[in-house]
Design a protein around this ligand. Structure first.
Ligand code: ASP
Length: 327
């Protein structure tokens, strides 16, 4: 190839990457960590926060030859069924009117996706989301429609509001006077992504959303490209934290696109957090991303200190304290 052609290609590449990486913060964040051809250990399962039991369950299924979607679904059932996990499923904190409304989604290696939003009365929204993916021509079912679909699929309606949650709501109302608080409170949403032995990627995400949100509020977690995104040629990413910030930047789509441009998962998560910080500040909010690349490399990054993620690529899980933008 001639030098002129090489130069043209270089300039084209440069302008493409400056479009992707453009923004005030980019210039101050140093050199880019490019992915290499190295192959990492597979299978691998990662979840947001210290969802150790869930990740262990998924790992055990995947490592013993089970299907990746079964591993993710069964893993996510653990926090969904746990009344003491106040950000997911049964026992999730309600909205400000006392309704527990759930959001969840799944995406597989073929690019299939399903999600439920603003759904009440079912402990395992991840399973309903999987049914949306597998049994309907749609991607999202919401509210009453999602609930009717769940009944038709044989799911049992249950009360998800625990007495602890009811008590906490009453206490919250005293100070917060019915106003939703956008804050950096503890987030426990489970986002789980995995890669199997064959190198196929899938993911799931489940949450009761922000505690004491306005009725009808839907966060990032059930939105493909926001709370979860999988592109089997490139990688997978999932998010937790203040959903509004993740929605406005299509956070996990962005992470995967950064990996497509050649960044490691760690660096891609960092760039997506920098985008949020650049556009919105987010000084008092938390957002955390985790990602897996097609070669099995993985990483995570958050706005604030305190975000953790759990990784299994052997029988023993390893908990990581995420690096963060604000210290
Ligand atoms: N991302 C979730 C939401 O905004 C909350 C969380 O991660 O805790 O609904």
């Amino acid at each position: 190839m001639s030098r002129t052609n090489n130069r043209r290609r270089f300039i084209k590449k440069l302008s493409a990457s400056s479009m992707i990486f453009g923004g005030a913060l980019f210039s101050s964040c140093g050199s880019l960590k490019k992915a290499t051809n190295k192959e990492y250990k597979k299978p691998l399962v990662i979840s947001t926060w210290n969802n150790h039991e869930a990740n262990q369950m998924a790992w055990d299924i995947l490592n013993s030859g089970g299907a990746i979607l079964d591993a993710i679904e069964k893993g996510i059932h653990i926090p969904e069924n746990n009344p003491n996990d106040t950000s997911v499923g049964y026992g999730g904190r309600p909205d400000r009117d006392g309704f527990v409304t759930l959001d969840a989604c799944m995406m597989d290696h073929l690019g299939n996706a399903g999600s439920v939003t603003f759904m009440s009365g079912f402990k395992n929204p991840i399973s309903v989301a999987r049914k949306v993916m597998e049994e309907t021509p749609h991607v999202i079912l919401s509210g009453i429609g999602a609930e009717e679909f769940a009944i038709n699929q044989g799911f049992k309606r249950e009360n998800l509001l625990t007495s602890d949650s009811e008590k906490a709501l009453e206490e919250w109302k005293v100070k917060s006077k019915y106003a939703p608080v956008i804050n950096s409170e503890r987030h426990d949403t489970i986002g789980m992504i995995a890669i199997d032995r064959q190198g196929n990627l899938s993911g799931g995400c489940s949450t009761s959303g922000l505690a004491y949100k306005m009725r009808g509020r839907v966060g990032d977690s059930p939105i493909i490209g926001a709370g979860l995104f999988v592109d089997n040629d490139i990688g997978a990413a999932t998010a937790t934290g203040l959903g509004e910030l993740v929605l406005k930047t299509l956070g996990t789509f962005l992470v995967v696109e950064f990996m497509r441009s050649g960044l490691t998962p760690q660096e891609a998560c960092k760039r997506a957090v920098l985008r949020i910080a650049d556009k919105y500040g987010g000084k008092d909010n938390q957002v955390g991303f985790i990602a897996i690349a097609k070669n099995g490399d993985y990483g995570g990054y958050s706005l604030q200190k305190g975000f953790q993620y759990i990784v299994h690529n052997s029988d023993k899980g390893v908990l990581f304290n995420s690096a963060s933008f604000y210290s």
